[in-house]
Design a protein around this ligand. Structure first.
Ligand SMILES: C[S@@+](CC[C@H](N)C(=O)[O-])C[C@H]1O[C@@H](n2cnc3c(N)ncnc32)[C@H](O)[C@@H]1O
Length: 286
């Protein structure tokens, strides 16, 4: 049996992924190899030679990634903050840029905060918040039945890992009575809603694998965001905060929508590491 240097298998994988138009072919090749070997990516240099069966297994996963299946669907997990999340068909894959919204939310939270994550998808923001802040009471709202079942799986996993359990709600942010019993009691509303303007070209990973309901937000992408702002204005206690992620084309429109609410103050837009407008925050007037 001829063993192959892992380095060569990874270089070959990288070439295939680059030719398929994958954004980060080297990183993805290494992560797929690490997944097959069951080691962390940083430990790959400690694996000099691999059996043909390993090369074969890496090749199969590389072929799926070259067909533009999301990396996280192939490995079965994504990340937000410090926690892994199981993801797959029917649920939005958490993105690294949402870490910024999470960090901001953690930075403005008082002791024992009541937090609501609207449009929760896999439960990413709610569960990452609960992991970082065991004293928080965290609610998560999601409309889509399939996404909600992924959120339930993640909530069970995090509960078993010892995190404070979150409260999952099946609900629609456009419903003016959503969580009405909590009106005026919430310290922090976080939301990564569907915000891409309808008809915007998106990469195959998004077009073919993220559900449309998770991505597109109407002609200007603001349909769901408008409801999120109304909902936040109602739920927040005086002095409470809201943070809403948005498209990089909405760095003016989302702050304008929040500023138009008399109950909202301290409206501020935040950029990501590349300097693109990424999320807007505001405080309910104390
Ligand atoms: C961009 S994804 C974000 C998911 C998660 N917050 C994250 O950051 O990974 C938006 C989510 O909003 C949900 N959604 C869309 N419209 C909704 C509505 N009217 N009410 C509640 N959830 C909604 C979608 O099903 C999807 O799971």
């Amino acid at each position: 049996m001829t063993r192959t240097p892992l380095r060569l298998a990874v270089i070959e994988a990288e070439k295939i992924l680059a030719a398929a138009g994958v954004d980060s072919p080297r990183v993805d090749a290494e992560l797929l190899a690490a997944h097959v070997l069951g080691v962390e990516r940083g430990r790959l240099p400690l694996v000099p030679l691999v059996d043909p069966s390993v090369v074969d297994a890496i090749g199969k996963l590389v072929a799926r990634r070259a067909a533009r299946e999301p990396l996280q669907h192939i490995t079965g997990s994504g990340w937000l903050g410090s926690i892994p999340l199981v993801v797959g068909p029917g649920v939005f894959v958490p993105r690294p840029e949402t870490d910024l919204l999470l960090e901001w939310g953690l930075s403005v939270s008082p002791q024992a905060p009541v937090v609501v994550d609207l449009c929760s998808g896999s439960g990413a923001l709610a569960l990452a918040f609960a992991n970082a802040r065991p004293d928080a009471v965290v609610h998560a709202v999601e409309l889509d039945r399939v996404a909600l079942s992924w959120a339930r799986r993640n909530a069970d996993i995090r509960g078993e890992a010892g995190d404070t359990p979150i409260r999952l709600h099946s609900g629609d942010v456009t419903d003016p009575k959503l969580l009405a019993s909590m009106d005026g009691t919430v310290d922090l509303v976080l939301c990564n809603p569907p915000y891409v303007p309808d008809g915007t070209p998106v990469p195959p990973e998004v077009a073919d694998h993220d559900p449309d309901i998770a991505v597109f937000g109407g002609a200007d992408g603001l349909d769901v965001i408008k409801s999120v702002i109304s909902c936040a204005a109602r739920l927040l206690k005086p002095g409470g905060w809201v943070g809403v992620e948005h498209d990089d084309s909405q760095g003016d429109s989302v702050p304008q929508l929040l500023s138009a609410r008399r109950v909202m103050s301290e409206v501020e837009d935040h950029v990501d590491l590349a300097g693109r407008p990424r999320f807007t925050t505001a405080q309910r007037r104390p």
